[in-house]
Design a protein around this ligand. Structure first.
Ligand SMILES: C[S@@+](CC[C@H](N)C(=O)[O-])C[C@H]1O[C@@H](n2cnc3c(N)ncnc32)[C@H](O)[C@@H]1O
Length: 399
């Protein structure tokens, strides 16, 4: 590990893998550095917006209770894309510097892991040029290593400093991180992960029979051999089952709330990858869902791809009118506003609903006599512990 500016650079250990190269003759080492991989497209821009739009409030919320926070970019990439756009490490540093210029009081430690030597060199040079070096409250540590090799040292350091942490795990392939590593991350106090799950590569790998190396990689990706049951499934059925299994495994590994964003291909009707957020904290899950819904294509929980961005969802969501859905689910029950959102956080029926949509739905139900509200957190609004009592169906005039 090196703090920025230090030299010489330690030797790079295992080189990274960047996608499905089974049978390819192209050297692994060249793959991750290829310029084509570093073109800045809309997928990358949306991914970055999700990261930063979540991190800003995360910093504000955690920064009010802790004086030391950690950000880990486990697959940090180059500093800049070929057309000059900032990569995730620089974007996070920009956000921290902007905070520091206003009200950041806490110490912040950023850890950037990058296994490919050329990408690492570019990252290191860009960070050295970044104004962050003028801010003593922000420390950058760089690891020329694979994430799996560096993660134990990073986690030990975070544990020792008792820092809340945010891990961005954004590989090109699917052989790192393992579910076991994500479990270790989620066992840290107040840790969260945003994982880029390379669905398209991993689900295609399932179709290759008799390759023990691939079987091992898929076992470690899921932390289970259950994926074998998905092989006979096709199309949306396979994709749903795949995501269900991954989500359940992440929950078994310690994430209480898991929300996801589907990234569609621009050229053909298929999913490229999913961004998956795992956290133990309900506020974090609610916040990330709001960010993801705001950045999604209409009617979708994700980016539909160039041709489907405006119309035609590729993936059928079982969507329903929100007031009707809530009333049918909770008729005769009382629940707080936050619990209502948490309880339905991962449901398909509410996949495109933000907190403001829940508020509007409950107000509509109130106008129709289908709910009564007891103000606890707010005086006139709807938030937190405010209690909503849903009438039985026959008592309301909505249905
Ligand atoms: C998708 S890119 C990262 C992009 C970056 N997070 C961003 O948003 O700008 C993935 C990076 O991970 C690196 N990489 C591949 N395998 C790795 C591993 N096992 N550990 C750490 N880095 C790895 C690649 O060289 C590549 O630079």
């Amino acid at each position: 590990m090196r703090e920025v500016g230090a030299s010489p650079r330690p030797a790079v250990g295992a080189l990274p893998r960047c996608g499905p190269k089974w049978g390819s003759r192209r050297p692994v080492q060249r793959e991750c550095g290829r310029a084509q991989k570093w073109a800045y497209d809309l997928h990358t821009e949306i991914k970055h917006r999700i990261l930063i739009q979540y991190l800003n409030p995360w910093l504000t919320i955690l920064g009010s209770s802790y004086n030391s926070l950690a950000y880990v970019d486990g697959f940090a990439g180059r500093g800049r894309y070929v057309s000059g756009e900032a990569g995730s490490p620089l974007l996070v540093l920009d956000a921290l510097v902007a905070r520091l210029n206003t009200h950041l009081q806490e110490e912040f430690v950023c850890r950037f892991v990058e296994a490919h030597p050329e990408n690492y060199a570019n990252l290191e040079a860009e960070i050295a040029r970044h104004p962050v070096s003028r801010y003593s409250r922000i420390t950058c540590k760089l690891y020329p290593s694979t994430f799996s090799a560096a993660s134990s040292e990073i986690m030990a350091d975070i544990r020792q400093r008792r820092q809340p942490s945010f891990f961005f795990v954004d590989p090109f392939g699917y052989d790192d991180p393992s579910m076991a590593t994500l479990q270790e991350v989620l066992e840290l106090p107040r840790a969260e992960v945003l994982v880029n799950l390379m669905f398209n590569f991993a689900h295609r790998a399932m179709n290759i029979q008799g390759n023990s190396k691939l079987t091992q990689i898929l076992d470690s990706l899921f932390g289970s051999h259950e994926w074998i049951n998905l092989i006979p499934l096709v199309g949306q059925e396979r994709e749903r089952a795949f995501m269900e299994l991954y989500r359940n495994q992440l929950r078994r590994s310690g994430a209480k709330h898991v929300v996801r964003f589907r990234m569609g291909d621009d050229q053909i009707a298929r999913t490229l990858y999913y961004l998956i957020h795992g956290t133990k904290h309900s506020k974090g899950g609610m916040l990330m869902k709001d960010v993801m819904v705001a950045l999604a294509s209409p009617g979708q929980r994700g980016y539909g791809g160039a041709t489907r961005h405006i119309s035609m969802p590729l993936f059928d969501l079982q969507q329903r009118d929100l007031p009707k859905f809530l009333h049918s689910r909770y008729a005769g029950r009382t629940i707080t506003f936050d619990d209502l959102i948490i309880d339905t956080l991962e449901d398909e029926e509410t996949a495109t609903s933000q907190e403001k949509d829940y508020r509007a739905a409950i107000r509509e139900l109130e106008r129709n006599g289908a709910v009564t509200i007891q103000q606890i957190t707010t005086t006139y609004g709807l938030d937190g512990e405010d209690e909503i009592t849903f009438a039985l169906h026959r008592q309301s005039n909505l249905f």
